[in-house]
Ligand binder design. Structure first.
Ligand SMILES: C[S@@+](CC[C@H](N)C(=O)[O-])C[C@H]1O[C@@H](n2cnc3c(N)ncnc32)[C@H](O)[C@@H]1O
Length: 258
């Protein structure tokens, strides 16, 4: 059962044009400046049309984040939000930007064999091991043959190496880039910072390339390769891959094909 959480926050919404033509203006709000133009949806038939409309996208950005800066034009950006924080409207200066509020563990309301690219940056470590397998199976289903999945995540092997070789600079930089001095001022040692990465931020599991290769294989994927930042079979990787210092410092990247 699809659990749509489009907030019925404004009560005037009539879908005056075909939703497909309004695709560019479907978006969200959580602490976001939104310029409502009246294209929001708050009735059953509108929501049904919207469900069809999102099938137009063949590139999805899962766990995109809950801020406007995370919403990438040209992609269907997916993240779970708390209820009552979502509606449809126009976001200034973001053309072709679409956001879907959904918990992908409960549902991924997309048709099968349709998606060309699945992108998920720093999302999979928010799932348990079993949830990750279930999630990858869902991705496999909705992807078309030849489609690419790209995952990035904090690299357990890199973290362990830096710990073992006492690379203080790595831990100091991570702490600084994540705002650690403000958020967790007590953390000091490399062990404390390492454990905070593994257990804070909603992280549920630590991944290295070997384990990720394993779960991608058992969920059906092939041609699995470790990749470098911004090096990808996804042609417009530059539009979607985060370039923040913390991501570049701590992550690794893997890609696989259906
Ligand atoms: C660390 S953020 C990543 C944001 C962005 N992709 C990046 O790399 O900066 C992980 C996001 O995954 C979302 N998330 C976690 N579990 C989820 C789920 N089951 N369904 C949808 N989104 C989820 C969180 O709400 C969070 O916004």
């Amino acid at each position: 059962m699809i659990n749509w959480k489009f907030l019925q926050q404004r009560d005037t919404g009539r879908v005056s044009q075909p939703l497909h033509s309004q695709l560019k203006t479907i978006c969200i709000g959580k602490n976001i400046e939104i310029n409502i133009t009246g294209s929001f949806v708050n009735n059953k038939s509108g929501i049904r049309k919207l469900r069809n409309t999102i099938q137009y996208y063949d590139k999805i950005n899962i766990g995109c984040g809950d801020n406007i800066i995370n919403i990438v034009p040209g992609w269907l950006n997916i993240n779970k939000l708390r209820e009552k924080e979502i509606f449809c409207g126009t976001v200034s200066n973001k053309q072709d930007a679409c956001f879907l509020n959904c918990d992908v563990l409960k549902e991924l309301p997309l048709i099968e064999n349709n998606i060309k690219y699945v992108y998920a940056s720093n999302f999979i470590e928010h799932l348990t091991f079993q949830e990750s397998i279930d999630f990858l199976k869902k991705c496999f289903k909705i992807m078309k043959k030849g489609g690419v999945i790209r995952l990035s995540f904090p690299d357990l092997e890199l973290w362990c190496k830096n710990y073992t070789f006492n690379n203080k600079k790595f831990f100091k930089q991570y702490y600084k880039f994540t705002g650690g001095y403000n958020r967790l001022p007590e953390l000091k040692t490399k062990g404390e910072i390492f454990m905070s990465q593994l257990h804070n931020w909603g992280h549920r599991w630590g991944w290295d390339i070997e384990s990720m290769r394993h779960v991608l294989t058992i969920t059906g994927f092939s041609k699995i390769k470790k990749k470098k930042h911004l090096k990808s079979a996804i042609v417009d990787i530059n539009t979607i891959e985060p370039k923040t210092k913390v991501r570049v410092l701590e992550c690794t990247y893997i890609e696989a094909f259906k």
